[in-house]
Design a protein around this ligand. Structure first.
Ligand code: C2E
Ligand code: MG
Ligand code: MG
Length: 641
């Protein structure tokens, strides 16, 4: 029964199925060992014995009993010491220890519990008590073991769950990270797409050169305000349509690059005038302003005036200085305007009227202008047809020497007698012909017919006078690249010597083509074709340019002549023109002389030639021929009329 401590026996033999537990009994009294062992074995326990403390310690480690019954009083090492050691050894510290003490031993219960004992039994043994206490402790031990196992299981479960949760969490955060990444990418894509979209929208609505709103955006804003104001009646607004005067000449002569820079500067200048109001570039040199807060016509006019004023300041592009004026059409809102295009059309009409009236001004639209536009469209159709049907003739108005009344030449003036419209004034159809380009074929016909006519009179030998034929040349014709070729061809066709021809051009023809003008004028001079500046004093009147060009004659405009009677500045102006002409070796023709008083004054001022109803109205070719044949070539107060 004594414990064998050899290494081969260290492994705890498996308990038989029915065993209720393995108990190590430690007692130095073999008798006690015997009694206890027998009693416990009988009860179904497996029992091992140890006769002293040292063996008990070794045995406990080797067999790992479920319970130790430990005698207190033993030689060498008492039960307390053994228990203390058991409790400080990891492998054995959980084994419950029940102390056994003799009745006569002084049992130190406190010590027994403090060194780790769980119970005690006093000798002599009461078997029932021993069994009950052993049973009790084993049950407690089993329960504790189960509890421990359960705890371990629970802890393992908790660990598993924590691990699973950690995994889920890490999956979640990975998912979250990916979602965030994806969202960021999507947001970025959306932002980029929005940016491109915005750029496209901006480009569709703005002028790339000046960055101002373009026609589309302007019309949209105009539509919005028309609709808005229709709901809130009573509040008016204005639309200003602005077109730069003679901008084409700048563009053509200086090139598009400078032209573009000029437009940008003009846009900036306008922007500073209109402030908060919507300014748009409609295209080319056309700008529009939506004056939303214009309470009445007067405010719109004030804005137009402010713009005109600001444009008077020179523009600097590179080293050059430029000037520009503008024609402005103004329309005031009216409930009848339903469509933006209608309002824009009327503003355009008013602007066009400002051009016709001499540019560099504003005109406020009124309904009668609309009718004018309609009739000018009709007139254009009629004019085209008239050219095809050759409904034109020429009248000739003599130009006379003021002191003698002798005819020195004629001015050819075109006449249109339309079968439908009757007589149409050149003042009405010439500007239209210029606008539509119809002046080119018409002007060519006039030149050919006038040259042919003078050559006919010369070949018929009806007069000895060295008559010159003056023919009006429009700005449009003057800027035609094939002008010289056309003149050469007509002179050749009609066999008229070039020095009998005199061309009348206005100042604007020279100013608007200043580069090409010098070349053309030199070519004319080389052919001995004379040149007159028509309507002198009404255009640029920039006397300084004159000396650069080979001009033969200045024709003083009728507006100065007709007011010579009235005592005002006109006398001084005419005097200045005459003096200027004389110093530059030019002659002066006064236009529109109607009274002998005018003739007298002009003569007194040193003007040599004149033309006007006083001498003769423009007459047809037959009448002019009669005049020459009948030697009635001395006209006016000095001769017969
Ligand atoms: P313009 O070249 O200055 O011609 C003179 C205009 O004054 C003519 O008007 C003539 O009839 C008018 N006139 C002459 N003497 C008097 C006068 O004593 N009193 C008044 N009240 N008027 C007088 P018309 O023929 O009606 O021509 C008007 C304008 O039309 C011309 O002004 C000219 O600019 C243009 N024009 C006429 N024929 C032609 C043409 O064949 N080609 C071009 N390009 N223009 C032409
Ligand atoms: Mg003329
Ligand atoms: Mg004239």
């Amino acid at each position: 029964m004594a414990l064998n401590t050899s290494a081969s026996q260290r492994v705890n033999p498996p308990l038989p199925e029915e065993s209720k537990g393995l108990i190590l009994i430690v007692d130095d009294t073999p008798h006690n060992l015997q009694i206890l062992s027998t009693a416990l074995t009988k009860q179904g326990y497996q029992v091992r014995g140890a006769a002293n403390g040292s063996m008990a310690l070794i045995g406990a480690r080797n067999i790992m009993p479920d319970l130790i019954l430990l005698d207190i009083k033993m030689p060498e090492m008492d039960g307390y010491a053994v228990c203390e050691k058991l409790k400080t050894t990891v492998e054995t510290q959980e084994i419950p220890v029940i102390f056994i003490s003799a009745l006569d031993d002084a049992l130190d219960k406190v010590k027994a519990f403090s060194v780790g004992g769980v119970d005690y039994i006093t000798k002599p043994f009461q078997l029932a008590e021993i069994l009950a206490r052993v049973e009790n402790q084993l049950t407690i031990g089993r329960l504790q073991k189960e509890q421990r196992k359960q705890n371990e299981r629970l802890q393992a479960e908790i660990r598993d769950r924590i691990a699973a949760e950690a995994q889920i969490q890490s999956l979640n955060s990975e998912l979250e990270r990916r979602v965030i990444q994806r969202t960021e990418r999507l947001n970025q894509e959306i932002a980029e797409r929005e940016k491109v979209q915005q750029q496209l929208e901006y480009m569709a609505m703005h002028d790339p050169l000046t960055h101002l709103p373009n026609r589309t955006l302007f019309l949209k804003c105009l539509e919005d305000i028309i609709q808005k104001r229709q709901r809130q009646t009573g509040q008016s607004f204005a639309l200003l349509f602005l077109d730069c005067d003679r901008f084409k000449a700048i563009n053509d002569s200086l090139g598009h690059l400078v032209g573009d820079q000029f437009l940008v500067s003009i846009a900036q200048r306008l922007k500073s005038c209109v402030g908060e109001q919507l300014l748009a570039r409609l295209g080319g040199d056309e700008f529009t302003i939506l004056f939303e807060s214009a309470a009445d016509e007067q405010q719109a006019i004030e804005l137009a005036n402010a713009i005109q004023q600001s444009l008077q300041e020179p523009f600097h592009i590179g080293d050059n200085e430029f000037f520009v004026s503008a024609s402005i059409g103004i329309v005031i809102s009216h409930p009848d305007y339903r469509q933006p295009a209608e309002m824009l059309r009327d503003a355009d009409t008013a602007m066009y009227r400002a051009k016709v009236l001499g540019k560099a001004r504003y005109v406020v639209f009124n309904a009668s202008m609309h009718e004018d536009v309609q009739s000018s469209l009709q007139l254009e159709t009629d004019l085209r047809r008239a050219i095809e049907r050759q409904e034109f003739t020429l009248n000739y108005q003599p130009i006379v020497a003021l002191d003698t009344g002798v005819i020195t030449g004629f001015e050819a003036l075109v006449r249109w007698i339309s079968p439908e419209l009757g007589f149409v004034s050149p003042g009405k159809f010439i500007p239209l012909a210029e606008d539509t380009g119809l002046i080119i074929p018409l002007g060519e016909w006039v030149l050919r017919e006038a040259c042919r006519q003078l050559n006919e009179w010369q070949t018929d030998n009806i007069t000895h006078l060295p008559l010159k034929m003056s023919v009006n040349l429009s700005v449009k014709q003057f800027s035609q690249p094939n002008l010289m070729a056309m003149i050469d061809q007509i002179l050749a066709e009609t066999s008229l010597p070039a020095h009998y021809l005199k061309l009348e051009i206005t100042e604007s023809a020279i100013m608007e083509n200043s580069d090409s003008a010098a070349k053309i004028l030199d070519q004319l001079r080389a052919r001995h074709i004379d040149l007159s500046i028509d309507d002198f004093g009404t255009g640029y009147s920039s006397l300084s340019y004159l000396h650069r060009f080979p001009v033969n004659t200045l024709k003083v405009d009728r507006s100065f002549v007709c007011r010579l009677d009235a005592a005002d500045d006109n006398v001084a102006i005419v005097q200045a023109i005459v003096t200027l002409a004389q110093t530059m070796g030019m002659d002066v023709v006064a236009e529109g002389i109607e009274t002998t008083e005018q003739q007298r004054q002009l003569k007194a001022l040193g003007c040599e030639y004149g033309q006007g109803y006083l001498f003769c109205k423009p007459v047809n070719a037959a009448a002019a021929r009669e005049m020459l044949i009948g030697k009635n070539y001395i006209l006016g107060s000095n001769g017969t009329d």
